[in-house]
Design a binder for this molecule. Structure first.
Ligand code: IMP
Ligand code: MG
Length: 179
């Protein structure tokens, strides 16, 4: 696995420290509320697991799986639900937890879909954001790191379903792409 990587962009220690910060903010903002955090499978698994454990508040957790039609590493904005929530979110305070926002097309679809179910509030927390690729404006309440517009893997993020289990975020060596 090591030979496939170009460099470590964000170390495990940096991720841990950032999630601790974000968790403290979330604890503060949702004090006294009954928060539901929603992870978007599969990429957000690591962020959800570590963020949830960094929170002091009691939260409930649910998951959604969506597929974004589009070739390879590009998202099209046409989204299909593969797994819906088990929870009725009407009247609930909901926080969507994402691994990365690239074009924002998937998330913008998700926000309008969940928004139509009548939650009391609906916000977004993402570990990573690529600002240069933003095609749609999305209000993101909690952002971990703004990263350059390059393809990253690790900590839940994959290339062809690989590298999700890396404990850090890194970039791939060009030969992995067939270069
Ligand atoms: P968007 O719809 O373009 O914002 O793309 C959202 C999804 O594309 C993310 O949830 C990821 O699953 C995937 N994605 C976007 N950028 C990357 C990347 O750099 N590495 C791995 N997956 C990515
Ligand atoms: Mg994702």
């Amino acid at each position: 696995m090591g030979a496939d990587l170009e460099k470590v962009l964000i170390s495990k220690a940096e991720i841990d420290a950032k999630l601790t910060e974000l968790a403290a903010e979330i604890d503060r903002d949702y004090a006294g509320k009954d928060l539901l955090i929603v992870g978007v499978l599969k990429g957000a698994v690591m962020v959800m697991a570590d963020l949830a454990r960094a929170l002091s508040s009691e939260v409930t957790m649910d998951w959604m799986a969506v597929s974004s039609y589009g070739a390879g590493t590009k998202s099209s904005g046409v989204v299909r639900i593969l797994k819906d929530l088990d929870t009725d979110i009407a009247g609930r305070d909901v926080l969507i937890v994402e691994d990365i926002i690239d074009s924002g097309l998937t998330l913008s679809w998700l926000i309008s879909n969940l928004g139509s179910r009548g939650p009391a509030s609906l916000e977004v927390c993402t570990l990573l954001r690529k600002p240069e690729a933003a095609k749609v404006r999305i209000d993101v309440k909690y952002t971990g790191f703004v990263i350059p517009n390059e393809f990253v893997v690790g900590y839940g993020l994959d290339y062809a379903e690989k590298y999700r289990n890396l404990p850090f975020v890194g970039t791939l060596a060009p030969h992995v792409y067939g270069g």
